[in-house]
Design a protein. Structure first.
Length: 562
């Protein structure tokens, strides 16, 4: 049972991306269903997870039991996908989420039921009465009422709505913030930081006055450190809230402006939710009834649970007539709706690809890379994957597949899962995997070294072709460079012999894109392969990894340059 000690909204932050929950909950169900959730099973779960094909962590943590609780006791338990008492069990909602056809719909229901307080989240007696809210429901209401919500507005103001009866005052503060923002053009970062600091000083005024500014993570009790810690927490909460709301399929995001809004064709669904769902927490002190409510797959009712509404939605999306849809049951109608949406999404992506291949988006793609590096985009790792896919699509003629997820309007939704390359390129007679990361330093080597090589080997085996890999990051850590240099010199059966992995700094990759733009024609797969082969050969000729780094730069500068 978690205790609410804070005076701001709590959003589950582990895992950050909803899709990462699915294989982990599935693993828990497969290996531990019916067992006690204790230190032993928690450690065993982490061992199983670390050896799984989808695991994206770094090795095995020192405190395995804590790591297991962090992964399972937070979002999977809080959102009702698993029941840990008296024994580990997958709930009805969990079964629908893991094995059903519409995980996003299931996820939406569970978000709307998440409440503070609850039998899972009880208040510290010192702040009793602070919480009376369904956080995701009220944030969704703000997005709808205000037209959009920015990341800064969420992390500063919306997180203070611990009681839904304070909704109007929070909304007014955001509107006032927007007015004041107009008066600080050109100095927005300084302005927002001052407003944020002031908000934290007000929220925690009693704690600061009592001198209780030391947090669990540090012995530093200075006010400066306390404010920095609280800002980090609020940033994490806002980030988790954005990601979870996006996964429902109701919310779109503008990564450049860091704003979320309701999809135009989802307004009816959102209005139905806001007008029909009780804003009060339920069964706060009644665990059995709360569990029955939380684990249900039919509560709360959604707009799309009504057959007439689904029929109307399909008719607006397609050329189907009402007469043609009369004999469909509700599940068949939902399947049809999902098929139509998927076809629309594929058409949108196809149109994107055609525009990208024409080099019409060259300047935008280069600008996006520069803005990602300068921290101008929300969810930079996702945008790096998406923009690299666009760049690879533009600079050559292969079949370029991004393994990240798209939303219904063809925008990036979530990064590629942990058991596949970020991008796969098929050039008929050879294959190329592309891996990207925002990680730097030693963390880059620890998190990326083994998975990149593993994905490379998997693609080589799957394609049955000669295979290469590009590893792209804003900076390449020395340990990462040495690791790939060494792998390329070793014959390893797992990778089908010597690997062909090429590390490129983002500036180098951008130079390749620039060279292709200035070339007399779109580069052919043969010309792409020539670059890859030359770089690998230079690795064979290099005295060491540092020499290879210099040679890679020379290859980049010379590619397609007459």
């Amino acid at each position: 049972m978690a205790r609410l000690d804070n005076k701001v909204l709590f959003f589950t932050t582990s895992p950050r991306t909803p899709t990462k929950m699915i294989p982990e909950i599935g693993l828990l169900h497969e290996k531990f269903e019916g067992k006690k959730w204790n230190k032993t099973t928690q450690e065993q779960f982490i061992d199983e997870l670390a050896s799984s094909s989808f695991f994206e962590g770094v090795g095995s943590p020192s405190d395995k039991a804590f790591s297991a609780r962090d992964r399972i006791n937070r979002a999977p338990k809080a959102l009702g996908f698993v029941d840990l008492q008296p024994n580990i069990a997958l709930t009805d909602a969990g079964k629908a989420f893991i094995f059903g056809n519409r995980p996003q719909e299931v996820f939406l229901r569970q978000l709307l039921k998440f409440q503070l307080p609850s039998p899972y989240h009880t208040e510290n007696p010192k702040i009793n009465g602070t919480f009376c809210v369904r956080p995701y429901l009220e944030i969704l209401r703000l997005v709808r009422d205000l037209g959009y919500l920015t990341f800064d507005e969420l992390k500063i103001f919306a997180v203070q709505m611990t009681d839904y009866r304070n909704y109007d005052s929070v909304k007014a503060e955001i509107l006032n913030f927007r007015q004041e923002k107009e008066q600080h053009r050109g100095e927005y970062k300084r302005f927002v930081n001052e407003v944020w600091t002031t908000a934290i000083l007000e929220i925690y005024s009693d704690r600061i006055a009592a001198g209780k500014t030391r947090t669990r993570e540090t012995q530093d009790a200075s006010l400066r450190k306390f404010i920095k810690t609280q800002k980090s927490n609020l940033r994490d909460y806002a980030d988790a809230c954005f990601r979870y709301l996006r996964y429902t399929g109701l919310i779109s995001i503008a990564h450049r402006s860091r704003t979320i809004s309701v999809f135009d064709d989802k307004v009816r669904e959102v209005d139905f939710i806001l007008s029909s769902i009780d804003r009060n927490p339920v069964f706060v002190n009644d665990t059995p009834n709360y569990k029955a409510y939380l684990f249900s797959t039919s509560i709360p009712a959604l707009y799309t649970d009504n057959k007439d509404n689904i029929v109307d939605t399909i008719m607006r999306m397609s050329d189907y007539t009402k007469r043609e849809l009369l004999d469909f049951d509700i599940e068949a109608l939902k399947d049809l709706r999902d098929e139509i949406a998927a076809r629309h999404r594929e058409n949108v992506i196809h149109e994107q690809v055609a525009e990208i291949k024409s080099y019409a988006l060259y300047s935008e793609i280069i600008d996006t890379f520069n803005e990602i590096v300068s921290d101008e985009y929300y969810d930079a790792p996702l945008m790096l994957e998406y923009n690299t896919w666009r760049a690879m699509t533009m600079l050559n003629g292969g079949d370029i597949k991004g393994n990240f997820k798209f939303d219904d309007i063809g925008q990036p939704l979530s990064t590629a899962s942990g058991n596949m390359p970020d991008i796969e390129c098929d050039y008929t007679d050879y294959a190329l995997s592309v891996e990207v990361t925002m990680q730097s330093g030693q963390r880059q080597y620890e998190a990326e070294g083994e998975p990149v090589a593993r994905h490379y080997g998997q693609l080589k085996k799957k394609s049955g072709k000669d295979t290469y890999c590009l590893f792209i990051a804003p900076t390449i850590n020395a340990a990462t460079l040495a690791h790939f240099y060494g792998l390329n010199h070793l014959s390893i059966e797992l990778y089908g012999g010597k690997s062909k992995i090429i590390p490129l700094e983002l500036d180098q990759f951008m130079r390749l894109v620039e060279n292709s733009y200035n070339y007399r024609a779109q580069p052919t797969p043969i010309e792409v392969r020539h670059f890859l082969d030359v770089v690998i050969q230079e690795g064979e000729n290099a005295a060491d990894e540092n020499d290879w780094r210099d040679r890679i730069q020379n290859c980049v500068d010379a590619w397609l340059v007459a």
